[in-house]
Design a protein around this ligand. Sequence first.
Ligand code: ADP
Ligand code: MG
Length: 681
Amino acid sequence: MSDPLALPVSEVAGIGAERAKTLSGMGLETVGDLLFAFPFRYDHYEIKDLNDVRHNERATVIGKVHSEPSLAFFGRKRSRLTVRLLVGHYLVKAVWFNRPYVKKQLTLGETVTVTGKWDQHRKTITVNEWKKGERSEDETIAPVYSVKENITVKLFRRIMETVVREFGEAVPEILPMALLERYKLMGRKDAVRALHFPESHGEIRQARRRIVYEELLLFQLKLHMFKKIRREDSEGLSQLFDSEQVDHFKQGLPFPLTAAQQRVTQEILQDLRSPQRMNRLLQGDVGSGKTVVAAICLYASINAGYQGALMVPTEILAEQHFESFKGLLAPFGVNIALLTSSVKGKERNEMLAALKSGSIDLVIGTHALIQDEIVFDQLGLAITDEQHRFGVLQRRTLTDKGPSPDVLYMTATPIPRTLAISLFGDMDVSTIDEMPAGRQPIETYWAKHSMLRRVLDFVEKELKKGRQAYVICPLIEESDKLDVQNAIEVHALLQEHFRKYKVGLMHGRLSAEEKEQVMDDFSENRFHVLVSTTVVEVGVDVPNATVMVVYDAERFGLAQLHQLRGRVGRGKAQSYCILLADPKSDNGKQRMRIMTETNDGFLLSEEDLKLRGSGDFFGRAQSGLPDFKLADLTHDYRTLETARADADQLIGSDAFWHKEIYQPLRDYLISVGATSRERID
Ligand code: ADP
Ligand code: MG
């Protein structure tokens, strides 16, 4: 029997090729996708006595059409349709803007329900939504969906009516009865129906509670399975490096380590030595000096006779780390290779052969490192830098490149504790909580774009002192619609402005060689200003740069702004971050304010989480977090805790692996690769 939920959306009455295409663009391919495309809010239509409605408030009224509608046009596209309605004993005006076709639908004497903004002085309602006849009770809560192009909210509601009517009954239950009873949860198909066509706000709450629990339970089951698999093969390498040689290497570094760097290095080195497999997260704010910790640990692993791998999210960063690691490690006889997607042909083949034979000690690269053909002789330590930029899958694959390498993830995006426990509960965590000595806090200013001139004067002052500056533009392509600054234009403008200085341009469209050249020129101070898109967001290290200017800063999230700001303040000189922004929303203004008030990445991440909700915070695709439909980790963390305990209990029980009622949950685990069928049977 085929699964009706797997049918393509085009099987639904009223959805033709055109609409199916738009839906597909919204990520909705199947009937099941539609059923689980929940409203993001509900509008409430309460039919009120107009005497109780305040000026400019939204109101829904029922009235009789009392005059012939009159239609006036302004220009080609704009129009106003006016009609008098008799509402109780009052005459009010109803106005439709730019919907001339409504005229034909209004008949004298007929009853209509209209919703819109009430102008008390003019006794006029500006209509957003309307329908013929009286709105019935169950229509007073209206779902609002996120939609696009040729799919309007109204149309989407109609589609959902059909889908829920035709297919709603086919939604299978996946939770066992015991759990439904324990938490008094609504059945799955009832919850789906209620979320689309609720009868009351209470019902929405119950339905939401049900789906949130389900989402979080599945998520936790998956996580626990990964954890279990990892634990079962946690048999690791005992990497017996020569401590004296490692100390010698440390002493040769250009600066003494901070106490925090010492401590975390010790923690990691201990893990390398121990026969248990290391699974550790190293977190430390931007600029706290994680790279050198990585270098020491890689050196130790290589010293013990193994190979190391360092994976980073961008080519620019790979290139930069390659250069700096070469400087640190080559004098100690370490053979280092750089592997990115731009290494091709013969060169690549030779590199792969050398990795396999073990003659390369350390390879640095982008996600090019995790391709199948890449085979190590003896991978001892796999490090992922800026781990929040990679998905869970990508991280795992680097780990799988050796029989059981020790694994270290580094991140500058601190994860609020409540979440960390649930997301990375199986990892050990090392934290660098101190900045290298002599750092001055970066001064951050928020300026309107109209103050650009003064900002540039300020930049010039720094340039005169021999310092360098970054100027960040969000996108490279011209887009009037989004009113985005074009990096190429900004580059031309600034080169024109700073005639005595050289201005470089960096963006994602450059080839790897070009990027390398630009970065080289900037680090060697041949470019004094670097106009760039966000490709320099993470990791880039040019200590002589002291000014970071961010155009359209309101378009960035706090975490991202903090990363960008972290490109300066890397040396002893005072550094500055200038946010050019004219935010319209309160949220945007709030973000700019917070940036000027704190340099603390932990504090920022908590604020960010509050302002944006967890989905955006982690960046959906990048975090490895599932794309929850309803659950929001900021609000639902109690449920998350419950789900965590339940998942733990389920996976540990025999019944879960054998009983029929758990089949749907087991199927889910198989579908996400968290277990295999063989494992279950
Ligand atoms: P992040 O933690 O953001 O990756 P980096 O490792 O790139 O930071 O270090 C930031 C800058 O601080 C680099 O220029 C690095 O050379 C320097 N640095 C790191 N550790 C120290 C230290 N103990 N003393 C002085 N400078 C340091
Ligand atoms: Mg770094």
